[in-house]
Each structure stands twice: as structure tokens, then as C-alpha cells.
Design a protein around this ligand. Sequence first.
Ligand code: HEM
Length: 271
Amino acid sequence: MADYYFRFSLGQRLLHGLLMLSFLGLVTTGMPLRFSQAGWAIWLSHTLGGFGVMGFFHRTFAVLLTVCFLLHVTHVSYRLWIRKELGILWGPDSLVPHPRDIVEFFQHVRWFFGLGPRPSFGRFTYWEKFDYFAVFWGMTIIGASGYVLWFRTVFSQFLPGWILNVALLVHGEEALLAAGFIFTIHFFNTHLRPEKFPMDLVIFTGRVSEAELREERPAEYQSLVEGGKLGSVKADPPPLWLRNFGRIVGATAVAIGLTLFALILIAVFGG
Ligand code: HEM
């Protein structure tokens, strides 16, 4: 039986689960508001109780996403300011972009064309860092404009009225961008790449096999071996029920995301 190592803690997996639930909920309830003239949007809204109910669910999922975001920011701040783990900013396991990511990006492009070896990736690759920070600017732009729209009577007491129009425009367009990005690029990177197809279960099981770790993140593997830390992340093999749970949840999320993406395309290009 292959050896396994932990990549994500239970807390990180649960947080990603909440993020999936709230994001899918927000897109499912937001897009019918954005494309309220489309036949499918009218059908979906009426099935769920009308556009008003859609708005209510949208705000509920928005609160869930905000809680998720604040929990993460609090946890990162605690590690940074109280536990003084400065490595989360500059260390080899950091999610913060470093000059090395630019080098690896160009090495990767060369590899795509068969002109060089695959880069020796560490714990997080450049595209994973990009995905991570996309949530931050998404929350800043979509979240801030969303709260302005939600509490419009409060905000319009000290902001000019046109801000509400801009907030609606920015909210809808950035939401389209976020949904388009997650349902194509993020899904492709995590599930549809040839090495991962049909699904990467790591975010559900938290574990990677030794072969995956050595092959995909050689720099991280080497640093764990050299630092004598490989044993500290040793895991039991992911149980069958957990793999099946991941398959069901992952396949459902991908199916919902791709359906929403198709509906958005129909609304945009379908006339
Ligand atoms: C903290 C996060 C968010 C808050 C507070 C929020 C709040 C709102 C509010 C108050 C509205 C107006 C609803 C109405 O007319 O009844 C709205 C509309 C909308 N939201 Fe959000 N939202 C958030 C996140 C998101 C996300 C993540 C997406 C999708 C990725 C999204 C997509 C949309 C869309 C497409 C609309 C319709 C915009 C239009 O009519 O052009 N929202 N949101």
C-alpha cells in the first residue's frame, strides 16, 4: 500500500467546503437576478418562490461567505501577529507570490512546448497562489459593492446616488468574471488536467500519495526529507467512505458549476 502524507488539515478542508457551498449558492441566486429576462432565470426564480426569495437566499449565502472569509483572515492574522509565523509570508510554504513564481511560470511555459523540464514546484504553485488571492480581491470588490447594494439607504446618506449604479455594475460584472474563472480555469486545474482527471480528491481527503508528492511538488518533498519532517505529515491512506464522499460532493459541485456556466453563456449569447 502506498504511503500518504497530509496536505490540508481538517479545518482547511471544512473552510473550503463552506467556500464551495456559499459561492455556488451566490452564483445560483445571483445570476437569475443579473439575467432576469432569460427564460431559465424566470423559471428558476418562480420555482424557488420569486425574485424576492432569490434575493433573500443571495444575502444569506453572502453572510456565509463573509463569515468564511473573516474566519480565515482571523486565523492568518493570529498565526502572523501572535504566533509570529513569518514563514507564512516569506517561507518556502508561503502562499505569497515570490520572484521564484515568475521563474517557474516561464519554465512551465517552456515545458508546455516540450522545450525544458517541468519546474520543481514547492508546496504551492504560481496558479494556486493566483487562485488564493483571487478570493481576496473578489471579496473586496464583489463583497464591498454587495454590502453597498444591501444597505443602500444607509450608504446613500453619505455617498452620492450614482455610487449605487456603479456598485450594481461592478458587482454584476466582477461576479461574472469570478464565476467564469472558477467554472473554467479553477475546475480545469483541479479536476480536468490529464494528471488529475476526472477529479483531484486532495481537498476532500486532505492527503496525497508519496508518488504524487514527489512527482508534482519535488521541491516540497525534498525540503521535507532534508528537514527530517516527512514523518510529521505521514497520514493513513484515505478511507473509502471519504474518497466516495469527495467524489460525490466534487462531481455535484462541478455539475452545478458547468450548468451555471452554460446558462450564463445562453443568457449572454442566446439573444
Ligand atoms: C459578500 C458577498 C455578497 C453580497 C453582500 C451580495 C449582495 C448582493 C445584493 C444585495 C444584490 C442585489 C440583490 C437584489 O437586487 O435583490 C446582489 C446582486 C447580485 N449578486 Fe451579489 N452579493 C455578494 C456576493 C456575490 C457573489 C460572490 C456573486 C457571484 C460570483 C454575486 C452575484 C450577484 C449577481 C450576478 C447579482 C445581480 C446583479 C445585477 O442585477 O446586475 N454576488 N448581490
